[in-house]
Design a protein around this ligand. Structure first.
Ligand code: AHR
Length: 613
């Protein structure tokens, strides 16, 4: 039995208690939340980002075309451009299976180009079945200038390609195609279905832009002096201003990040979803196992000044230096920044804290109302964690960011984690947590754990599940809250739990007692597989739904066959975006291995048989 004492007063719960943590992991930004449809639009992909890359990754060439890095470039920070021969063309393959267009919708094309007068660019949208929109012609005249055209899609396709052909020799850069229909119709905007799914959570805050990608790599800038460093920590000044002037970078997670989704867009998105922005800046001690502290005092001071400039960018009047930059980008009013994180998961607590104190002193001297958030390293307990907490407590820090990824059992067994936290010590920002899976049992364990967070809402002031987004064809990390490909997105069971709590934030905890304690000692619910039958077939667009109709897994087979397992023999492979049986075995069972922790749901498989096979 549960007894409730309505007269007793438990902790007050802040409206901002539950938020989201957006990190550009699993291609969450380019090819994800950032609505740009062209991959590698500025020919900046480099082997330093990923050994499989070249400046022409995602492009195919018909005729003469090459990426060039010389003084003819568009600007200093956009190093490469495309030199296209007369009568030649280049075609972009987009992300996942290709460029997604929907019949009747509009798409804005733009390109920076330079060519002799009399040059015509012919721009087409097509897929293997033919054209997807009426071709456009763009007349280019002289030096670098931006040209635009609009397409209206005549058909829906997930496999579109954008081609640009030139009548004469031309230089091209920033080849871009954006859906007109972005979240809240913002320019340089966000993919609507993904942004709407995040908005539906009604997040109290948005923590961004990471995670490991913030606080790893070189702390240098993107300049000739630093040798055009590619593996740089995430530095906000790289990510603002006109997109063609933003430096690209290697992402910690093994790909290129265009920074088209940058700090201005993060602040604007936070505002659009009614959430408090909570940026994290590098602390000059690399985290995520890299264990390197920067001793260069001038570099440290530059980063501290950058952090002060960031606060001015967010909050300063439009007449201030950085407030003016924000106003010029389209937002004269401030973004109301109140919290800022310094550092992420440092394994060197003493080195981190020494530098953190310098950041904090500078921020508090200029902006005493800003809460500067510290952290407790990468673990939920142990020596590093204890040392970090001791330093934070003795240093009278306001708030400490904790992270943990454990199995569902752990979450059930640690519901009381915060019951014993010092009520007079730093507050907790649970910036990242997840039980290890997207199955229902994981979501349930997280829900149980969240009741413990709420019971301790006087100590735990902010909490966000992590990671937020995963593009199913480019996964570095599982589980994730929201999954997507180039045409669809679907929330996990964990998403539904977050949504439930986030949409029902109470004002105050009403203390309650249970007469029995649930047994959480044994393993929870076994997992089951999912299967479907095939004779001789090729499958396209397989979708797995739960009994309530929500999508658990969808696959258009643009990836590799290892996502699927077979029982009963037969040999299958992925060919041209279809899952094809390559021998004549009579029967096969196709079992999803999309999630290593198999789903324990009542599952249904809908497979569309490809015509002609
Ligand atoms: O959320 C994924 C990663 O987990 C984050 O980048 C990092 O902070 C943590 O280790």
């Amino acid at each position: 039995a549960i007894t409730v004492d309505p007269a007793a007063k438990g902790a007050e719960i802040d409206d901002t208690m539950y938020g989201v943590f957006f990190e550009d992991i699993n291609r969450a930004a380019d090819g994800g939340l950032y609505a740009e449809l062209v991959q590698n639009r500025s020919f900046e992909y480099s082997t330093a980002d990923n050994t499989s890359y070249t400046p022409l990754t995602s492009w195919t060439v018909d005729g003469a075309a090459q990426a060039v890095n010389d003084d003819g470039r568009l600007n200093e920070r956009n190093r490469n451009y495309l030199s296209l021969g007369a009568g030649s063309s280049v075609t972009n393959a987009g992300y996942n299976t290709g460029i997604r267009v929907e019949q009747g919708k509009r798409y804005d094309f733009s390109v920076w180009a330079r060519a002799e007068s009399g040059t015509t660019l012919t721009v087409t949208l097509q897929d293997a079945a033919g054209t997807l929109a009426t071709a456009r012609q763009v007349a280019v005249k002289g030096g670098w200038a931006k040209y635009k055209a609009t397409f209206t899609a005549t058909r829906t396709s997930n496999r579109g390609r954008l081609a640009v052909a030139s009548s004469n020799a031309a230089a091209l850069d920033m080849v871009s195609l954006f859906p007109r229909d972005t979240y809240k119709n913002q320019p340089n905007g966000l993919r609507k279905d993904l942004a709407e799914k995040i908005a539906a959570l009604r997040p109290g805050f948005v923590r961004f832009p990471g995670g490991c990608l913030v606080n790893t790599g070189s702390m240098e800038d993107y300049s000739e002096a630093s040798g055009w460093q590619r593996k740089r920590s995430y530095q906000w000044k790289d990510t603002i201003g006109p997109v063609e002037q933003r430096a690209t970078n290697s992402n910690f997670w093994g790909y290129n990040q265009s920074y088209g989704l940058g700090y201005y867009e993060y602040f604007r998105f936070s505002e659009d979803v009614g959430a408090m922005p909570l940026p994290v800046v590098p602390a000059l001690v690399t985290g995520c196992g890299q264990n390197k502290a920067t001793d260069d005092e001038a570099l440290l001071q530059r980063h501290i000044q950058d952090t002060l400039d960031l606060i001015e960018f967010a909050n300063g009047p439009a007449t201030s230096k950085w407030g003016k930059v924000r106003a010029e980008m389209g937002h004269p009013k401030p973004f109301h920044l109140t919290h800022i994180g310094v550092g992420n998961e440092e394994n060197l607590p003493h080195e981190f804290f020494a530098r953190f104190q310098k950041f904090r002193a500078a921020i508090e001297a200029k902006y005493p109302d800003i809460t500067v958030v510290s952290n407790s390293g990468p673990d939920d307990s142990g020596t590093t964690f204890d040392t970090a907490w001791k330093l934070n407590r003795e240093g009278d820090v306001d708030m400490v960011d904790e992270h943990y990824y454990n199995n569902p059992q752990w979450f059930l067994q640690n519901n009381d984690r915060y019951d014993s936290y010092d009520r007079n010590g730093p507050k907790v920002f649970l910036g990242e947590y997840a039980s290890q899976g997207n199955a229902w049992k994981n979501a349930l364990a997280e829900a149980a754990f969240m009741t413990g967070l709420e019971r301790n809402a006087d100590v735990v002031k902010l909490a966000s599940y992590a990671p937020l987004l995963a593009n199913e064809d480019y996964v570095q990390w599982r589980p994730d809250m929201i999954w997507f490909n180039n045409r669809a997105s679907w929330g996990s069971a964990n998403y539904e739990v977050q949504k439930l709590f986030m949409n029902n934030v109470g004002d105050r905890v009403v203390p309650s007692k249970a007469t029995t304690t649930p047994d959480v000692s044994g393993p929870i619910a076994g997992a089951v597989g999912l299967s479907t039958w095939a004779t001789s077939a090729a499958y396209d667009d397989v979708k797995v739904t739960a009994a309530d109709g929500s999508t658990l897994l969808s696959d258009d087979f643009s990836g590799d066959a290892s996502k699927w397992k077979h029982v009963g023999g037969g040999s299958w492979s992925v060919q041209d975006g279809q899952y094809v049986q390559t021998d004549t075995a009579a029967e096969n069972t196709m079992v999803t291995a999309g999630d290593p922790a198999w789903q324990d749901y009542d599952l249904h498989v809908k497979a569309t048989k490809k015509s002609g096979k």
